[in-house]
Design a protein around this ligand. Sequence first.
Ligand code: SF4
Length: 245
Amino acid sequence: MERKTSAIGRNKGSSVIFGGFLPASMLDWEGKISSVFFTAGCNFRCPYCHNPELVVGIESLIPFEWEDLYSHLKTRIGWLDGVVIGGGEPTIHSDLPFYLKEIKKLGYLIKLDTNGSNPLMLEEIIKEGLVDFVAIDLKTSFDHYRDATQNFSSAELIRKSVEIVLNSGIDHEFRTTAVPGIVDRQDVLNIAKEVKGASSYVLQQFNPKVTLSKELRSVEPYSEETLRSWVEEANEIVPTRLRGV
Ligand code: SF4
């Protein structure tokens, strides 16, 4: 992540640490003006992660105080459409629902960006109406998830999250970053099959500029032509778009 954080204190007594904050963005939720809150900490270690400061060494982060984020939202009612909660991985924090409820009480729409590893929480917050849009990052084919995440191989949890979102009727997006060595054409088609029935699958171009693993910074991204051909094939299975080229 190339976004800057600033020092306004720690939210004591909560498992959620807000490690990043964008007051207003038109890029993180299509068609909406939203504030973006980034929670610190993640249960994956994707080598291509663009938010390394929210994944490793989070002890040295200077987090944002919840009270300040809340008053920001309070004073923007009627101006902002919603709030995007990303990370890190928001659903590793057991008290995430508390924050979602507080934001909802202010009347905001909420988009959750997740890696899909906590289907139990996902199901609960969808049932309670605490999110309006769910975006799940699908890293690669489910049979070699560990290659992409370095430490997580439970395809069943991811599959369950996909199923919950598809069956819920909630607005959604599934997306995959096309990282050479982790994702190839066959992976894209495998994932497209896993999300068949979805309204939107997005293939994202890999950006080697900021990555968790330094080795990936010298990796050449796939050409636009290659990605377009994969999107065309995947689009036969599920509505697929290309982003980031
Ligand atoms: S890219 Fe991977 S490591 Fe980075 S925040 Fe997302 S799930 Fe966690």
